[in-house]
Design a protein around this ligand. Structure first.
Ligand code: NAD
Ligand code: MLT
Length: 304
């Protein structure tokens, strides 16, 4: 498997590290606009791989033309939010990067699967799809899904594998906990266990902002979770993950997370298995996404 990483800043580096240390990739390609950054990061990775006695080919470059023949392209290039900002505030700046990449990457990477990470991640996936016509998934709410499981497990003093369940909808403030999917010790979630739904939702939505305030960005959580997504695709694992695949909604292709089977082919989604309340909340989240997306596209067009 040949995997390209477009952007090797904070989150890009964490995803790359988790991927190469897994040892299955034949080759990784690293690209960033900062001079020498991909090259110096390549040295770091080689030292880590030497210690692990692993062989993964690495190509690092500041020239996008060198990125060719990838099976999977992971896009983290873009501005991160600062404390107090919403991810949606990054739309115009990061969409311009996506339009540029959409005009260049597909030429030399025919048939690649694109994984969008840059924020607002679902809308960036939709912009990239709109301008490239390529298949792109957004990492979406798989990150929230793991935050939810981690929080419930910690509160209830249980190993995390005893907690199941998914978060869906738009990545961020509008995410929807699919309570009908949440189980603890194999039984449906109940507030009587000692943790409220409101508390869980609050944690899932607020913790990334708190991490950014103190640590300058989120890395280890999403960096591990997104590496698992890359592996599920590369190794055809057919795992259920809450990611966003393209769907037609009115006149646009949009990306809104739903639990989805992820392997070398991606889908189907498990939407039809959700209870009515969760499906209704998900549909409301899609409508809201569509409206905000259309508004943002107008602002983008006015700025270019
Ligand atoms: P960062 O500033 O550390 O890294 C961004 C990198 O992108 C920089 O190295 C920069 O030089 C590079 N870059 C900018 N424009 C580029 C271009 N045109 N081509 C190639 N590289 C380019 O920021 P970060 O913390 O790594 O975050 C990057 C993005 O990922 C942000 O939008 C952030 O919000 C998002 N993010 C998403 C998730 C998620 O769960 N989806 C998690 C963490 C971060
Ligand atoms: C996250 O959820 O960790 C990312 O989307 C980064 C952010 O919160 O801006």
């Amino acid at each position: 498997t040949k995997i390209a990483f477009i952007g090797v800043g904070k989150i890009g580096q964490t995803i790359v590290f988790n991927t190469v240390i897994d040892g299955y990739a034949d080759e990784v390609m690293l690209y960033d606009i900062i001079p020498e950054l991909p090259e110096k990061f390549e040295h770091e990775l080689r030292h880590a791989l030497a210690s692990k006695r692993l062989k993964v080919e690495i190509l690092s470059t500041n020239n996008l033309d060198d990125i060719s023949g990838a099976d999977i392209v992971v896009i983290t290039a873009g501005k991160p939010r600062k404390p107090g900002m919403s991810r949606r505030d990054l739309f115009v700046d990061n969409a311009k990067i996506m339009i540029d990449l959409a005009s260049k990457l597909p030429k030399k990477n025919a048939g690649a699967t694109y994984i969008m990470v840059a924020n607002p991640v679902d809308m960036m996936a939709s912009v990239f799809a709109k301008y490239s016509k390529e298949f792109v998934v957004s990492t979406g709410d798989q990150v929230e899904t793991m935050r939810l499981r981690a929080y419930i497990a910690k509160k209830l003093k249980l190993p995390v594998y005893k907690v199941n369940g998914f978060v869906a909808g738009e990545h961020g403030e509008d995410a929807v906990v699919l309570w009908s999917t949440v189980t603890v010790n194999g039984k449906p979630f109940s507030e009587n266990l000692g943790v409220t739904k409101a508390e869980v939702e609050d944690y899932v939505k607020k913790i990334p902002g708190e991490i950014i305030r103190v640590m300058g960005g989120t890395t280890w959580g999403p960096g591990t979770i997104i590496a698992e997504l890359i592996r599920a695709i590369a190794l055809n694992e057919n795992k259920v993950m809450s990611i966003a695949i393209p769907r037609q909604f009115e006149d646009e292709i949009i990306h809104v997370s739903v639990p989805t089977v992820v392997g070398s082919s991606i889908g189907p989604t498990l939407e039809s298995l959700l209870d009515e309340k969760d499906r209704w909340n998900l549909m409301a989240s899609m409508k809201d996404f569509y409206n905000v997306y259309k508004e943002n596209l107008k602002q983008l067009e006015a700025s270019i």
